[in-house]
Design a protein around this ligand. Structure first.
Ligand SMILES: [Fe+2]
Ligand SMILES: [Fe+2]
Length: 377
């Protein structure tokens, strides 16, 4: 945030914007205001009310091959019961990212690897969390007593305030997943609480996978099951096979969107809304040879390549990606996606802060209209 610049931006030289030319008398007035914990609004108004959103975050990409190796090194260096959560944090390549421990905007993300037989001790927090599984076998989580098994490309919820612990069964394999949380948002709002459970792990209070098995049938709602009164999706885990099949089916009857190809929201089936209150998520399928058009919107998006290879042009810069690379698109930044494979689909998982934007009435989107809808890279 800069003070009123010495020269006025030509766009600000209009009635309605701050265009005061400072004088020695004004400088003295500013000093006197500062001594009273006050200031002249016109000195900073243009900076704190830009004409359009000015993100402090940069598009950033993390290669899976590289970050996977770092996760495996963490396994050798520290035990999960000592680390609490043995997570390699993804920090946006910006001062704001490093200061706020943010992957992009008010979102946090990390990568977590666990060996067979290891557990992450049970805890809960105000921040909402979800996990996207990248590889492994035998991974599970227990959320408020509900045990959930996890496979590659599954998306699982850990809603705010729920007790949760994770682990990999003794007969499983090293498992790696991506965590997404809204820790920076909760800290920004100064609402962050944290608690550890009385035991290292919860005792299962329900049959394994009871919630996805009850509520996970597309278009079906179970009768004779206690009414669901929680503000998040009862499905809890969205299985890769079902999500991929749904996208294939959608593609049989739809051309998809010009920006995102075929796209499915991980929805709360009882409301049609987002699965969590503060973070949304999608899986999108880019058909072979897909070249998307550019658009931009408020809200931040973090992608995990569920399969395939291609590139995205973000803010005019090209980022090539392949399976399980992670990258982000900061708020109000132009972006477009390309599938480099002509015959195979590419799948992009992503999570976002759109539910917050919607709740606050500031979810705004704009297509890129120049150059046939494509940014000059
Ligand atoms: Fe947690
Ligand atoms: Fe987008």
């Amino acid at each position: 945030m800069t003070d009123h610049p010495a020269t006025i931006d030509p766009r600000d030289a209009v009635l309605g914007r701050s265009r005061v030319t400072d004088t020695p008398e004004l400088e003295a007035f500013y000093d006197d205001l500062a001594r009273r914990n006050a200031g002249a609004f016109w000195k900073r108004a243009n900076a704190i009310e830009p004409w359009e959103p000015e993100t402090r975050y940069r598009p950033t990409l993390w290669r899976y091959a590289d970050m996977r190796a770092m996760c495996l090194r963490a396994i050798d260096l520290v035990k999960p019961e000592e680390a609490g959560r043995r997570v390699v944090t993804l920090l946006n390549d910006s001062d704001a990212g490093r200061a706020n421990v943010a992957v992009c905007g008010w979102l946090f993300s990390g990568m977590q690897a666990m060996r067979p037989g290891e557990i992450t001790p049970a805890h809960k927090h105000t921040a909402s969390a979800h996990r996207f599984i990248m590889e492994g076998k035998g991974a599970y989580t227990v959320v408020d007593g509900h045990p959930i098994t996890l496979g590659a490309n599954d998306y699982v919820l850990t809603p705010n305030g729920c007790w949760h612990d994770h682990g990999v069964t003794a007969d499983g394999e090293v498992s790696i997943w991506q965590d997404g949380l809204d820790i920076p948002l909760m800290n920004c709002l100064e609402t962050n609480f944290y608690a550890v459970y009385e035991q290292p792990a919860q005792t299962a209070a329900f049959p394994s996978n009871d919630l996805p098995l009850s509520y996970g049938g597309a278009g079906l709602r179970p009768e004779g099951v206690g009414a669901w009164d929680k503000p998040y999706s009862p499905v809890m885990v969205y299985r890769w096979d079902a999500v991929r099949d749904a996208l294939w089916n959608l593609a049989k009857v739809s051309g998809g969107t010009p920006f995102d190809g075929h796209m499915m929201r991980y929805a709360n089936p009882l409301t049609g809304g987002w699965a969590l209150q503060t973070m949304g998520a999608h899986m999108q399928m880019l058909p072979g040879g897909f070249r998307g058009q550019a658009h931009r919107h408020t809200g931040n998006v973090v992608y995990n390549v569920a399969g395939g290879r291609g590139y995205s042009i973000i803010g005019g810069k090209r980022f090539d990606w392949q399976t399980h690379d992670i990258f982000c698109v900061p708020a109000w930044t132009w972006h477009e996606h390309v599938n480099l494979d002509l015959n195979e689909e590419a799948f992009l998982f992503s999570f976002n802060d759109f539910p917050v934007m919607e709740a606050l009435g500031v979810r705004i989107e704009e297509p890129y209209s120049d150059h046939g809808g494509h940014q000059p890279a």
